[in-house]
Design a protein around this ligand. Structure first.
Ligand SMILES: [Zn+2]
Length: 248
């Protein structure tokens, strides 16, 4: 990735972090390309860590940590004024712990394992778009769901990715504790690093339960984030083609 783009992305990341403590307050976020060209001296962020070096959690780790997570849920139930011993709650701590491990199973997977054997040399040079990929994630600030849809486009440069793998990349990054901006960026960066395409565009439209159920309680508010890299960032025509196609 070119250094200038990396900087711009970090700039966006910092903006996101500084705005309302990294959280959304109900408004629709202006898509990321509006920040294109913003000068930045931001240091590189751990968010930009390569997809080759992700931390992982093993199935064995899940087994080992299940009792302590369940015990923590028992504490939470008691702290909420509930009786963890009443019949309906007897199995809840363990069930909740198992469910939380499932909701965060993206930590158990590596992008590189998904991409192995799925990258093909191909002279295709038209835009590839997969839209309306279902996404379920967890807000890292409140530990409640974020859900929505992801649209991905890229312009190949001699290499293409099996189409189902785009959804797998979304799955791996979304099944972690997230903020929507980072999720959007991680998907775009993974595709960029894997394929070295001419450009990548990722748009995420999501509902945050922490917004819907508490605070502002805007039932229908959706947050839209985007990351545009390469020609998707530099060439308005390419970007517009992508945005038109995902809205059609
Ligand atoms: Zn939240």
């Amino acid at each position: 990735m070119e250094r200038s783009k990396q900087k711009q992305m970090n700039q966006n990341e910092n903006e996101a972090d500084s705005a309302i403590n990294g959280h959304f307050d109900g408004g629709v976020k202006i898509p990321g390309w509006s920040a294109a060209g913003t000068p930045s001296t931001a240091p590189s962020s751990s968010v930009m860590e390569s997809w080759r070096e992700e931390r992982t959690r093993s199935l064995e780790d899940n087994e080992i940590s299940l009792p302590s997570i369940a015990a923590a849920y028992t504490t939470i139930l008691r702290g909420l004024g509930e009786d963890p011993q009443r019949q309906g709650l007897l199995k809840t701590p363990r069930r909740a712990a198992t469910a939380m491990q499932f909701f965060t199973k993206g930590y158990q997977e590596k992008i590189i394992d998904v991409l192995n054997d799925a990258i093909f040399d191909e002279d295709h040079d038209e835009m590839v778009i997969v839209k309306d990929i279902d996404m379920f994630s967890m807000c890292e600030h409140h530990l409640v769901p974020i859900f929505g849809r992801v649209h991905i486009g890229y312009l190949p440069n001699k290499r293409v990715l099996g189409l189902s793998k785009l959804a797998r990349i979304v799955e791996i990054y979304s099944r972690r504790l997230q903020v929507q901006e980072r999720l959007t960026k991680q998907i775009a960066v993974a595709i960029t690093e894997a394929l070295q395409p001419a450009g990548v565009g990722v748009v995420v439209e999501a509902t945050h339960m922490c917004m819907v159920m508490r605070g502002v309680q805007k039932m229908n508010s959706k947050t839209v984030t985007s990351t545009m890299l390469g020609v998707f960032r530099e060439d308005p025509k390419t970007r517009d083609e992508f945005l038109t196609l995902i809205r059609s």
